[in-house]
Design a protein around this ligand. Structure first.
Ligand code: CP
Length: 322
């Protein structure tokens, strides 16, 4: 795998391989010494043109646990403010020795441009581009669902028959897009629940069912309910009901939680708008996987960097750190 740019074109076999390698990485992290020498001598650059907490620190932790050197670049405070282009910024980082570039950018398609323009030869990982995709978020979500469903017996399994309801601001959500494509590739059934003003125009071409009533969708007893952040910063006021109205109709709270089966998990990619799309009772409940998703993200990102940078090593070599 040269790059990870999206889940729409990610082959089922590659997706399952990332999830299975992430299992190995999780096992390695449960040992006394969590660090593997697998990527010693490699350099990973986190190239972030938008704010991030989870994704940036997760990629940093993942690279460091594989013994790679890490350079963190944030556009804020850099020469981007003086007008430096994406091309010049990326080439500058490659001149310093980047083997992989993890890029977050407000422009949909920026990671693909980096990967295909010939500007740099490093592997590119999309860490979230505009409203397009966030593939490692979807992979860590799939890993979390699989782990909750199959536990220690997860390796090699897909998500056939698993029912996932994705709720909220689908229009602006790269997380929703990446999840829809990956969950479909892995055999899950996806239902989107969203206000009519926050559904993409091309949704009829997506492998999903669409509902506008959250209570009807929850009555179908899904296996996972994935709440999305309301992206007020990307939104025109005309597209959004009042916050109160939104919470009443599409928010997940303790009352709705009580109606769900005991083994339905509640997911959120973060950051959460507590009290808007999800109440604190729901976010902090035993069925919430919010922090589990964060922890699993490190394993999934270790697997992704391994796939990009470690070449054709066997599992034995991986464990030895060859
Ligand atoms: N889920 C996610 O992308 O979070 P951050 O914006 O904090 O990276």
């Amino acid at each position: 795998m040269r790059h990870l740019l999206d889940t729409r074109t990610l082959a089922r076999q590659d997706a399952l391989q990332i999830l299975d390698i992430a299992e190995d990485m999780a096992d390695a992290q449960s040992r006394k010494v969590r660090k593997l020498p697998t990527l010693l001598g490699k350099t990973v650059v986190n190239l972030f043109f938008e704010d991030s907490t989870r994704t940036r620190i997760s990629f940093e932790a993942a690279a460091k646990r594989l013994s790679a050197d890490v350079i963190n670049f944030a556009a804020k405070g850099s020469s981007v403010s003086k007008g430096e282009s994406l091309k010049d910024t990326a080439q500058t980082l490659e001149a310093i020795g980047a083997d992989a570039v993890v890029v977050r950018h407000p422009g949909s398609g920026a990671p693909r441009t980096l990967a295909t323009s010939g500007w740099i030869s490093a592997g590119v990982v999309n860490a979230g581009d505009g409203t397009h995709e966030h593939p490692t978020q979807a992979l860590l979500d799939a890993y979390t669902i699989r782990k909750r469903r199959f536990g220690a017996d997860s390796r090699g399994r897909d998500l056939a028959g698993v029912r996932v309801v994705i709720v909220g601001d689908v229009l602006h959500s790269r997380v929703a897009r990446s999840n829809v494509w990956l969950l479909d590739t892995l055999g899950a059934e996806v239902t989107l629940v969203t206000p009519p003003t926050l559904i993409p125009q091309d949704v009829s071409a997506w492998p999903v069912r669409v509902r506008y009533d959250l209570d009807e969708a929850l009555a179908e007893e899904p296996d996972a309910v994935m709440m999305l952040r309301i992206q007020l910063e990307r939104m025109h006021a005309a597209f959004f009901p009042s916050e109160r109205e939104y919470t009443r109709r599409w928010g997940l709270d303790a009352v709705r939680m009580k109606r769900l089966p005991a083994d339905t998990i509640v997911m959120h990619p973060g950051p959460m708008n507590r009290g808007l799309e999800i109440s604190s009772e729901a976010a902090d409940s035993a069925r919430s996987t919010v922090l589990e998703q964060v922890a699993n993200g490190v394993s999934v990102r270790m697997a992704t960097l391994y796939m990009l940078l470690a070449g054709e090593q066997t599992d034995d070599e991986l464990n030895r750190g060859d």
